[in-house]
Design a protein around this ligand. Sequence first.
Ligand code: DTR
Length: 337
Amino acid sequence: MRTLITLLAAAALACLMAATAVAATTLTYANFPPASTFPCIQMERWKDKVEKRTSGALAIQTFPGSTLLGAKNMLRGVQTGQADIGCISLPYYPGVFPAMSALNLPVAFTSTTVASLTMWDLYQKYQPAELGDVKVLTVFTSAPSNIMSRVPVRQLSDLRGVELRASGSILDILSALGARGVGMPMSQTPEALQKGVVKGLVSSFDVLKDFNFAELCRYETITNMPVYPFAVIMNKARWDSLPEDVKKTLDDLGRDQALWTGQYLDKHIHDSLEWSREQYQVEVFTLTEAEHEEIRAKSAGLIDQWKADAAKADLDADAILADMLALKAQYEAEHGK
Ligand code: DTR
């Protein structure tokens, strides 16, 4: 009897130890927009994959909707370890990412899949110092940006004096077109729209559904303005503390996650626009070829400006730009425009 009890106790202890070994490490992952939006959808997908592929050795605790860190303190919060992992939108940090902000230039990306894979390869090739004090787990972009507004923008001249929320390079494009760009992160936009501080926003069409912006912004104008680059970053010391096999699992997931997110968003922007048409009968305006040319002409200076800024940061701007355009062409051939 005594032997049986000892055996049972030993078995119970073994089970307990195995269970503790399995859920050994929990990492926190902060995100700024609400759970329904694509940066958080990709976060949950990444969490599922990581937990499965590490057989539970890593558990990921996700914090959507700025519950742990907000859009503007995300970078610092991850650097200092307030969160282990965080999702940053690079254009929210002007001047901080001279190399990777190339993805925010007016180079006419039309596919999120293509832009996200291009960003991944460009990051791998240059590993720029601007992201040197964090571990980059994956990168992706938003879809091309369009106007969503409470007032109709049927033609470019309707933009004159209209206040539109944006960020990064799009603020400059808007001023060149005579509109009044108001810079703020996406997470502050619902309130600004509600209060009438802005008459609309410039972003990709996913937000029509995911933030229900279609309810207020009944007019959509297709402008194909730049995509916004994002990076999922991890605290460096925390990364260094992970076992080698876990690091490899996370590294192996980086490109796959960029591809998955691009494909998810490419599909979702169509679903979101269809939903907005059915739900709120939104009107969609297209511009003439001459108007697209006007946008291109008025945005061209941004590329020179970016080159000058990149050169100041000791980067080979021409090489980065040429590589980005070559990758874009390669992925467009592979995945379509
Ligand atoms: N267009 C960028 C990025 C963006 C697009 N959709 C979402 C949803 C949630 C947060 C950010 C974004 C922007 O306007 O910030």
